[in-house]
Design a protein around this ligand. Sequence first.
Ligand SMILES: [Zn+2]
Length: 93
Amino acid sequence: MPEQQCPLCGKTAKYKHPSYGAGPKCFTCEECAFFVISSQAEKLIDRSPSDRKIKLSEKSKKAEIGTILVIWVETIEKEEIINSHYEKEDKWF
Ligand SMILES: [Zn+2]
């Protein structure tokens, strides 16, 4: 698996793309466990304050077995907002 800096904690993490497309990345991070992030959300998180990233990392670690945190960007009245929720893990991995 390719490696890059984790968008949430900045440590080295592994990622892969889900089987059906090259858009979002499925991350495996020692610190943040598993999560899925869209490329748009990855860019937006990069410019976000660190407490925002820590919250998402905490949320990712709290995922129940068989579920995974999915992070994406929602545009509400032209404003880009980072959104996240849990989905079934087998959909992504
Ligand atoms: Zn991480």
